[in-house]
Design a protein around this ligand. Structure first.
Ligand SMILES: [Zn+2]
Length: 532
């Protein structure tokens, strides 16, 4: 029997809540495993399926809201007032890369003046980030995109890992001979390193270190000492930033009471350390202080955030603060406040500590959907664009997505971004050859093929089943001549039982040869064209 729990389509996968209708607090999403309504009548012919519960895949906010944004009552830290020292690049070869400002692309011309803005933060003008194009190279080394008309890099230059996660030393005997100076490319022709893939980056080391009892807030003697203790084991800027981000999650709580009653304690870093509570400005300020003590180059960025109580029609107001950190590849944006937990809505507003890593790993283009900096140069977008307030406030006109069941993510770890076709309404594909595919969140992840997945085009019957081809690493694909018929449903299923046993490990060719002749069961993963 299929338990239809919660309709997962339209579940947005954003790091921050989508623009909500004009009401103060979004209603809690329905909890899982409640409704008893059933889809089973569609698929009742055989041993059938079992646990096809539908989930709100991608929704990380069930019943909760992001912490409130700044109200204007508390004072934000002075932006960028502190001239942070440049981070010493740990033991890298070649020793001196050109400065980023010379090699990074120049910002495109600004858009028209932003409406409803009062000023443009003159204090922020000295140092503006440059957009750095991002690529997703396989970890752990980072490739340098080729420059046009550039001499080929000598072999030796390629072998130096850019991310220094303690690679084993290269034995002397296998080292390439030194490259004669005359054949080396000028250092200035090298581009900045590209951004590593943060989707599969392993942060378990910094996350664990941040949770150690010796770093508990009440034991901290000084911010300087804390910063050094937290970051000492890590040479990489990304890890050093992450350990501080995670420490804030463990040790600082959102000041819900203070926020609601307009009585917040000091938001300066020492004050937050004392009280253990903060609003956005306190989180951003304390991160900045610790990062700076740890030798990172960090900024507090302030502007508008689509947090608790967000109303899609509201005018621009500075109500939130977050951080920018200079990484090896350029400026990266993080939100420690939203990354530390969320607020329960009424009637009992309270704080829910929950590490929300998406507010650390999201690339600036995604980050910028819910954060609008006062100074637009801190948008730091990968595409180099500067978006204006209207574009920021315009909700995505997203088409309804196909229905996804809980197994989609919980058992397979599929990413909704990989689902093709991405829309629920597949009428436009009628009579056309159509690709159906899905896979894992990033290209570096893999998963052993363990289940037979197949499509059912239209009515659930053996005539309409199409095997999904697997690449053996967690990605599935099939191309189908769609019937010239509108209102069709297409389901993606997995074989769950086979001849009375669990179907895990069932081979595709075995399924193809014997399906229809033996007892078996299945359960849905995705339905396109549902609810028609
Ligand atoms: Zn990856």
């Amino acid at each position: 029997m299929l338990q239809l729990n919660q309709v997962g389509r339209n579940a947005l996968t954003r790091p921050a809540p989508p623009p909500v209708p004009p009401k103060r607090v979004p209603p809690p999403l329905p909890t899982r495993k409640t409704s008893g309504s059933s889809l089973a009548s569609c698929y009742s012919s055989s041993s059938g399926s079992d646990r096809g519960s539908i989930t709100s895949v991608g929704s990380n906010y069930s019943g909760r809201s992001l912490p409130p944004v700044y109200t204007g009552k508390e004072s934000l830290p002075v932006q960028f007032a502190e001239k942070s020292k440049a981070y010493d690049m740990p033991k890298k070869n070649p020793p001196s890369l050109p400065t980023r400002s010379k090699t990074a692309p120049v910002l495109p011309p600004r858009g028209p003046p932003l409406p409803s803005r009062t000023n443009t933060s003159p204090a922020q003008n000295q140092e503006r980030p440059q957009p750095i194009p991002r690529r997703l190279p396989p970890p752990p080394s980072i490739s340098v995109p080729p420059l046009p008309n550039r001499p080929k890099l000598p072999v030796g230059s390629h072998t130096e890992p850019v991310i220094s996660r303690s690679p084993p030393p290269v034995p002397r005997s296998t080292r390439p001979p030194p490259v004669p100076l005359s054949t080396r490319p000028a250092l200035s022709s090298r581009l900045s390193p590209t951004m590593p893939c943060l989707v599969c980056y392993d942060f378990s080391g910094p996350d664990k270190h941040a949770s150690l009892p010796q770093f508990e807030r009440i034991r901290v003697e000084s911010l300087q000492q804390l910063a050094v203790g937290l970051t000492a084991p890590f040479s990489d800027t990304l890890d050093r930033a992450r350990v501080i981000f995670t420490w804030l999650h463990y040790n600082v709580s959102y000041d819900v009471h203070g926020f609601l009653h307009g009585k917040m304690a000091s938001q300066d870093p020492e004050g937050v350390l004392q009280s253990g509570t903060a609003v956005c400005a306190g989180y951003a300020g304390l991160f900045n202080k610790l990062a700076t003590h740890a030798g990172l180059e960090s900024k507090v960025v302030s502007g508008h955030g689509k947090g608790y109580g967000f109303n899609s029609g509201e005018p621009y107001k500075m109500n939130h603060a977050w951080n920018a950190i200079k990484m090896d590849w350029g400026w990266h944006l993080i939100d420690c406040c939203w990354g530390s937990g969320s607020i329960n809505g009424p009637p009992n507003p309270g704080y829910n500590k929950r590490l929300a890593p998406e507010h650390f790993i999201n690339p600036p283009n995604v980050f910028g959907r819910s954060h609008f900096p006062e100074d637009s140069s801190w948008q730091c977008r990968e595409d180099g664009r500067v978006i204006d307030w209207e574009e920021y406030m315009t909700p995505d006109q997203k088409e309804a997505e196909p229905l996804r069941y809980s197994s989609f993510r919980e058992e397979f770890g599929f990413s909704e971004k990989t689902v093709q076709p991405p829309v629920n309404n597949i009428d436009t594909f009628a009579g056309r050859r159509t690709a159906f595919s899905l896979g894992l969140p990033c290209e570096h992840m893999s998963r052993k093929e363990e289940w037979v997945l197949f499509l059912s085009i239209g009515e659930f019957s053996d005539k309409n089943w199409v095997l999904m081809n697997s690449d053996g690493r967690g990605r599935y694909h099939a191309e189908v001549e769609m019937p010239n018929q509108r209102g069709l449903k297409v389901g993606l299923y997995r074989a769950t039982t086979w001849k009375g046993n669990d179907a895990k490990g069932l081979l595709a060719k075995e399924w193809q040869a014997e399906v229809g002749k033996v007892a078996w069961g299945w359960s849905p993963i995705i339905i396109w064209g549902a609810d028609k």
